[in-house]
Design a protein around this ligand. Sequence first.
Ligand code: NDP
Length: 463
Amino acid sequence: MSAYDYDLFVIGGGSGGVRAARVAAALGKRVGIAEEYRFGGTCVIRGCVPKKLFVYASQFPEHFEDAAGYGWTVPKAGFDWPTLIANKDREIARLEAIYRRNVEGAGAEAFHTRAELVDRHTIRLAGEGRSVTAETILVATGGRPAAHPALPGHELCISSNEAFHLEKLPEAIVIEGGGYIAVEFANIFHGLGVKTTLVYRGTEILSRFDMDLRRMLHETMEKKGIDILCHATSEKVERRPDGRLDITVTGKRKLGADQMMLAIGRVPNVEGLGLDAAGVETVKGGAIKVDAYSRTSADNIWAIGDVTNRVQLTPVAIHEAMCFVETAFKGNPTAPDHDTIATAVFSQPEIGTVGLSEDEAVKRYPELEIYRASFRPMRNTLSGRDEKMLMKLVVDAATRKVLGAHVLGPDAGEMAQLLGIPLKAGVSKDDFDRTMAVHPTAAEELVTMYKPTYRVKNGERID
Ligand code: NDP
């Protein structure tokens, strides 16, 4: 038995921390875990899960509209924001309880308090006024929305954290940013009937995605009625006497809104954690520096998830947790594999993507085949909805390996999960061609694009 109170102490009860605590405890390790806010972390409490519930809520107006073409008469629908918030809160509380129960059920000791490092083996439990010791420590404190101190009036703005708890649904909102959160919330608010403007500094929203998807999503969002201002930033936010906000954007244009939301990235939660005292180094931007196995510069302290700012996604944090347990407690050094991660943006329509965009592939491969199909999904025929779906495969011409698969349209996130498996396995376009279609589906298009739409040779498109 080690001289420490715990074999493992985890700081942070989010997706990564909870998974590591649970799995290590199930191995018979003496595990403690501290969470200062709510077990479940960003994903469960104020991220992916409540966001997806909001997405569902915001899709109903289009479902009601679409129903007419299928013969339904839908009476004028009404929406009640407090009901959505209350039901969402109830569901989140249920999930939070499950998270905590799972940790304790596996034999870990859960503390509802802030925890900070005193030295390499000592953790101060602020809420309990005492310290505990551990042989191994895992920091999994996640991140938080980046502030924007350079923006005059930034203190009048909300972030995604507050968006989940607004007392009143705004009549108009301005959202700054063009990433996952800005785009998802722009669609949510618009769907719920809020006049929505997205202000993005770059050329086209969602800079990390394939350009075809970005353009088509932009067009579709605008057609729905969302204002998207590219090459623009907010310069000033002011409170009017009537309580509303005036937002001055590039070109001195003034936008009126009830709320202004900042979604300009997320930063690691490291402040006051005692990293220096424990000899844990950070990199520029504050993220904890880790090696390929998630070990920090202090060799008994490890870090996973958003606090390491490798890839800010829940499943990545969970995967890193599993690899940490393999490495630290099972004698099986396992480095998390961050290559070819499938991801979805729950915009409306959705994006699902895995692998390289065309622009990224062009930089790495001399010749590409691009397969591209844009069509109206069957569901939109009788409804009359003028919204297209886009599917695209990026293929290395030399080896026929599928480098990237990109989908815009209904259920694209679900498709990305399944496309993630063959792409991870390194399949070729010939494997796609040999695969029988499932008919009638939208996804069948992925296995029936037999001829390249165009080729790209040394960066030049050849039709
Ligand atoms: P993102 O990194 O996705 O996007 C940040 C956006 O803010 C970019 O458009 C960026 O522009 C812009 N930006 C950055 N700094 C400034 C600035 N100073 N002024 C104006 N604009 C700025 O971050 P999010 O906050 O949207 O989300 C954080 C992370 O959470 C994501 O990276 C993602 O990993 C994760 N997430 C995942 C989701 C999912 O899986 N569906 C959903 C929500 C979040 P530019 O492009 O020019 O850099």
